[in-house]
Design a protein around this ligand. Sequence first.
Ligand code: AMP
Length: 361
Amino acid sequence: MIPPGSTIGILGGGQLGRMLAVAAARLGYRSHVFAPEASGPATEVAAEWTQGRFEDADAMKRFAARVDIATYEFENVDPHAVAFLSGRVPVAPSAGSLEVSRYRPNEKELVAELGGRTADWRSVDSLGALSAALAEIGAPAILKTTLFGYDGKGQARIDFPAEAADAWAAIGSPPPLRRGVPAIVEARVDFAAEFSVILARAPDGAVAVYDTPENVHRDGILHTSTVPARDLILEQAPEAVALARAVANRLGHVGVLTCEFFATADGPVFNEMAPRVHNSGHWTIEGAHCSQFENHIRAICGLPLGSTALTGGRVTMENLLGPDADRWPALLAEPAAHLHLYGKRDAQPGRKMGHVTRVTC
Ligand code: AMP
């Protein structure tokens, strides 16, 4: 057990790091962020900030010496950096969880092995391989980079096989990786709705699962998350939760794990997972007794997990992208609205500037 009063190291200093540090502080922990940037949304709320590259072994060693445990707020950290760190200080989730969830073929293979369904997909390492894969799985399809994809980035839609070359160019015509393939192509799933399973798993195997939010995306970026979800999702949630639990158990995962699903006429289809707190779980700050951020801190520190029960009858989280954040005066005037702004200065279109959660009875 890592008791309150200890220092939690967080790799990454974005809004997820910010909300993790706030939850940690409430429980009496200090946070120390390690990030490539000089500052970020977590700056104002973390006790310490080290700027450094994840590949810089000396910087990592110094960081390890100053924290009692480390975690990460995004999966684009090199698993080698996490493995290196875990040789010096406890790290949760483990490098193994990261290895599986950051690389699309790994997560899909694990899910298939555990009996879950994914879209039909193929690895592709060249335009020729993409065309051959399209001949097998057909169009419409989506081409995705295997690494570093988030918020619809690194993706190209393919409506007709003739668009293969444009799609390959759109994701940057990626050269083959030293290990693994640079991209996959997957069949476009005809879904009725999207949802996610967010759970926290403790070192002793205890699991706390949140109500499954219904997620609406716009241009590949999450727009809203709502609980309770519509009936179709509620019917499919038990199967999806069972799969997410099986994934967490197989990985020996410690911390929050998020799995995203499509609700289809044939049941839930797994899309992707994140070994961390997730945007579709921001509603838990006010909408659940213990938030995903607090449960992540509890889990990695070996404290008992908190209740995931809802605090109200209906909870909706809306992301504030770019200029949406300028609506803050009106949002403050709404009695049931809980406003979160991440302290980012540059309100580029599509950039996550904050979110607002509404809890109603
Ligand atoms: P991802 O980065 O894989 O989560 O994709 C972002 C969003 O793109 C998803 O939430 C869906 O709205 C959409 N999307 C991704 N993959 C597919 C697919 N195979 N079929 C249909 N829509 C998809």
